[in-house]
Write a protein that binds this ligand. Sequence first.
Ligand code: ZN
Length: 303
Amino acid sequence: MICGGIDVGGTKMEAQLFDEGMRLVTSRRSPTRHEDFDAFIAGLAEEARWLIAQSGRADLPIGIGLPGIVDPVSGASTASNIPTSGRDIAAALQASVGRSFVYGNDCASFALSEANGGAGEGFGCVVGLIIGTGVGAGISINGTTPPRHNQLAVEIGHVGVPARTLRRHGLPEWRCGCGRSACFEPYMSGKGIANLARWKLGQEVSAAEIAAHPRGGEVLDIWADVTAEALDTLQLLFDPDCITFGGGVSRLPDLAARLEQALLRLRLGTSRPPALRVARHGDSSGGRGMALIALRAASSPSA
Ligand SMILES: [Zn+2]
């Protein structure tokens, strides 16, 4: 057993232990604690201690993938789905567990994992887009994360939806968890699908139930059109060769085909669309990527 990763999401955190071939040996999930910062750190410390105990190695390289942004200078966190904004997670966890860890953005580590033995293998520029409780993306170039980019997220979930898209569907401006309105997240995320269903059908239908609902197609057409605008933005800014999808919403049936069609309708001129692929490592991908980052940091400490 050579490395571990902890993927921290808005709903749950998952600790994963990997062997020499980056195969998952064992994992465990627990709910992300939201009461306050101290409770959040206590939950995270428990996952870290579990990994250390499972591996039998006090110095096991462990990478922790966090949603949102960690300022590389001050260590202060900014996140809309976990109670850590303005706080230094690394310092608090070190005080609790008595050793240091490697940190990165959960979406950047997801992109790295999929670019190394995942759905983005063989592509030069891979954007990993996680659509779950929140919406965020990361980038891997030639199988690595660009300098500082394992800390810096591509916060596409908090970019504004274009006025043309809202107007096309007559959609209202919905408030986002970040405090602003009409970000992509409240339309694209799992909750976003439920928001669209409530608005379009007047019914409570969850993202997991939408595909089987008799009028689910109407909701998913709007969702795909809004999501394709986000993909178009990613394409215009980064020109990725491949976009891989993770998070709960990536389990929608025919996700890639549905988004390919929607993106083709929007694209600018004859620009080459990226390949769209659902993640190969699924829910384990974020932790797997962080484990890889920790392993690489341990083998070249000066990097
Ligand atoms: Zn937002």
